[in-house]
Design a protein around this ligand. Structure first.
Ligand SMILES: Cc1ncc(COP(=O)(O)O)c(C=O)c1O
Length: 303
């Protein structure tokens, strides 16, 4: 038996809500969608929240709302997860990568400044493995330069920088609820906004470009909605999110205590961050050869 990357925590209560949604016959749109959004809004302490079919679709929506066009320049971390870069490439955006800090695996303002140009329209940060970057500094810099900031918080829901939730510092923050994530709906995501104007645009783009008047498209929208069935699971999960967070922290501590060796260092968390760890990352020291690394991987697969 190999150690699973993450086991989804689906309990009886989640299944109960899923059943209620299924039996209600409202399986696409429905009350669970709006109720899940309300709960998320409370939890994140932010007003404008919308759920989506995935974290990637939340990112796609962010780009559409900003009206980014082919050739527009955006900055992304050179290390992280490829979702935002892939969406950007699909839309023909020019992606400029910034280095990340080798201990925290997140970008910092100095590294961003090295690649910024007059053409930069958007900066995306990825709060990796539950850690968060020095987001306060980056957010105030973006504000002063009038550059949009998107936080990719897919891996860091629940982590807080000076007690403020990951994703709530930028103009927009996105989350993913895919199977391995802290809060999971199977597939799914969410996006939050500072401005009402963006939120209104989001409602259009998420649903074919129309809301009230059916088939009367105001923009070229898509179907990037979350179904009522999956929102029922999300609604149930967020009701016990503090329990899930505690469990993640406990598991991380267990690994941390067991992994005290000199051959590698664990990811360094930002001192202002109270993290909900998402994955455990280690950096091998230079004396730890590729051969030895592969041996460890091989052995772990046999556990
Ligand atoms: C940092 C990051 N961004 C974006 C995504 C994309 O989310 P999804 O898989 O829900 O499309 C992921 C997901 O796995 C992620 O880890």
């Amino acid at each position: 038996m190999s150690i699973p990357f993450a086991k989804p925590l689906i309990n009886k209560q989640d299944i109960k809500h899923l059943n209620i949604a299924a039996k209600s016959q409202w399986i696409s749109k429905g009350k669970y969608v709006t109720n899940f959004e309300k709960k998320l809004s409370n939890y994140l302490n932010t007003k404008y929240v919308g759920v989506t079919s995935s974290g990637s679709s939340a990112i796609m929506l962010a780009f559409l709302i900003l009206g980014l066009k082919p050739g527009d320049e955006i900055i992304l971390p050179g290390y992280g997860f490829l979702a935002a870069a892939n969406v950007a490439k699909t839309l023909g955006l020019k992606v400029v990568f910034s280095d990340v800090d080798l201990e925290s695996y997140c970008v910092d303002l100095e590294k961003i400044k090295k690649v910024i140009t007059k053409k930069t329209k958007l900066i995306i940060v990825i709060h990796l493995y539950g850690n968060m970057c020095d987001i306060e500094k980056i957010a105030s810099f973006c504000k002063s330069k009038k550059i949009f900031l998107l936080e990719d918080s897919a891996q860091s829901i629940g982590s807080r920088f000076k007690n403020k939730q990951s994703g709530t510092f930028g103009d927009m923050g996105v989350y993913s609820f895919t199977a391995t994530k802290t809060l999971t709906t199977g597939e799914g995501g969410a996006i939050i906004f500072k401005s009402k104007k963006f939120y209104k645009k989001f409602l259009l783009y998420r649903s074919y470009g129309y809301i009230k008047e059916r088939y009367y498209c105001l923009v070229h929208g898509h179907n990037l909605r979350m179904s009522n069935l999956l929102a029922a699971i999300g609604y149930s999960q967020i009701s016990r999110i503090s329990q899930i967070e505690r469990k993640r922290k406990q598991i991380y501590l267990q690994y941390q205590n067991q992994l005290k060796q000199k051959n590698y260092t664990l990811q360094k968390f930002n001192k202002n961050v109270s993290a909900v760890p998402w994955a455990l990352a280690i950096k091998l020291h230079s004396n730890f050869t590729q051969k030895k690394r592969n041996l460890v991987i091989k052995k772990l697969k046999k556990v």
